[in-house]
Design a protein around this ligand. Sequence first.
Ligand code: GRF
Length: 220
Amino acid sequence: MTTKHLRLGVLISGRGSNLQSLIAACADPTFPAEVALVISNIPGVAGLDRAAEAGVTTAVIDHTAYAGRDSFETAVTEALAAADVDLICLAGFMRLLTPGFVSRWHDRLINIHPSLLPAYKGLHTHQRALADGVRFTGCTVHFVRSDMDAGPIIVQAAVPTLPSDTPDILSERVLENEHVIYPQAVRLIAEGRVGIDGTRVVIDDFNTPPTAVINPPPNI
Ligand code: GRF
């Protein structure tokens, strides 16, 4: 197992709670990554304040100032390359990326999505999961491919739904788990334990059989 100290570029468009979880993980000197640069495509968002408070370099690359997606993404790539970024973490970044950008950063671009992919791609995941009455939803960290919310899955957290859930309540419980699995996925990549076999991720050194969780529990 060869651990590499990764330089992360985190792309945000808003609140930045997942960014905060990455910053917090990186504050541990034994964590094999640092946040080298935070880029927001929207000026004035809370995530930029969180980064600045942690002393992390930030840049605003406002997509509305560019003629098209290509020139916007060229500016983003230039900023990431100038900061010597190894791995891009999308963290609530609300712009679709072109196939050109995705292939430029192939296998060096990951995203967190608030559902158990491949279920509930896109927006309003919690509302849709509750409307369907699923007993579990959750969150996923995955490599980005050109199709939206698709790509080899690195880590997932399954979160039970409860009869009393609203989309907001469920979203909070899922978010707590997002904050656990995003740093975990970064660590596994930095440790060189994440291999990609076609459409699947294979994680080295992982033999523990997971225990099934049943919702509602079998003893009710
Ligand atoms: C999270 O739910 C994430 O899964 C999704 O966008 C939201 C971003 O939240 N991609 P935050 O900005 O990290 O707080």
